[in-house]
Design a protein around this ligand. Structure first.
Ligand code: SF4
Length: 302
């Protein structure tokens, strides 16, 4: 907010600055969406944020939930707002068995929101935020704190002893394990780095050259290293192994220090130069180890 405080400044920010500011927050597509949304707000809405659901959902990154949250909280307009927390609270209070976000919850949420705004003349943004907070702090998935809940006298799950049962749980997608090898190639004090192409996860971010592995075993790592260099592979050194979670993926990256001529191109940068670039989180984690290695005094050979 300090660096890009207005719609105009966000819309025209250089993408490298934007990614640098977002570095470490994950879900990098969101930073791009924010910028594209700011550009659309300028082009289509004369810089004024729209308040209707259709116009909001035309903006990149805004789906029905965010549109509803913006409508109720920023504009005090009745709208359905259903995320996992709110669905759980509503399911318990109204004794609904259905799991997950469904039309039932959207309709119920909209009716509540309209009642609050139109019949009771209260702030429907406060309703949205109260349900969010209730779900996050009191009506939690496990061991909800019903004894301090302000809704306990109206809650059907509480009245019928079905708090632990509702809502019925949806099966989560299984975790997929992936493995990658990343290569640290040094030439004097510079390291080879590459920028992720457009259209890929983490597009625009820099990282060490890396490839997907068929499996996480040592043989796959060695094979990838052999294919990465020209000629004989001399003394690859495993320097770190990093585990990173993105949505349902668990990605293990094996970092190897390589000598020799490599079969890929990129840019050669010093560690201080790399520190200034937007750099993939999992790769950034090993910069400290590389700095330490560079700082170690070379042993004298007599
Ligand atoms: S009484 Fe218990 S189950 Fe019902 S809304 Fe409150 S915390 Fe949730």
């Amino acid at each position: 907010m300090k660096e890009l405080p207005t719609v105009e400044s966000l819309a025209s920010a250089p993408s490298e600055l934007l990614l640098k500011l977002w570095e470490g927050l994950g879900y990098y597509r969101r930073a791009k969406n924010l910028q594209e949304a700011a550009q659309l707000v300028l082009q289509k809405h004369q810089g004024k944020f729209p308040s209707c659901a259709a116009a909001l959902q035309e903006l990149p990154g805004i789906g029905p939930y965010t549109a509803g949250a913006l409508q109720t909280i920023c504009f005090n307009k009745p709208a359905p707002v259903v995320d996992g927390n709110i669905a759980r609270v509503l399911a318990r209070i109204f004794g609904i068995e259905e799991a997950g976000a469904s039309r039932t919850f959207a309709n119920l949420s909209y009716t509540l929101s309209r009642t609050v705004a139109e019949d009771l003349r209260l702030d429907c943004g406060t309703l949205t935020q109260s349900l969010m907070e209730l779900g996050a702090l009191i009506c939690t998935p496990k061991s909800p704190r019903c004894s301090v809940c302000p809704c306990s006298s109206k809650c059907q799950a509480y009245a019928t002893g079905r708090v632990e049962e509702l809502p019925k749980t949806v099966k989560r997608a299984a975790i997929t394990k992936l493995s990658r090898a990343a290569f640290i190639v040094k030439n004097r004090s510079r390291y080879l780095i590459q920028q992720r192409p457009n259209g890929e996860v983490n597009e625009g971010f820099w990282e060490f050259p890396n490839v997907a592995l068929a499996h996480g075993g040592d043989s796959a790592v060695r094979q990838a290293a052999r294919e990465f260099v020209h000629g004989e592979l001399t003394q690859p050194k495993a320097i770190a192994r990093n585990i990173h979670h993105i949505t349902r993926y668990r990605i293990t990256t094996h970092f190897l220090l390589l000598n020799g001529k490599v079969k890929t191109s990129g840019q050669w940068k010093t560690l201080p130069e790399i520190r200034k670039l937007p750099f993939s989180t999992s790769h950034r984690k090993i910069l400290g180890a590389l700095e330490k290695m560079s700082a170690e005094p070379k042993r004298k050979i007599h």
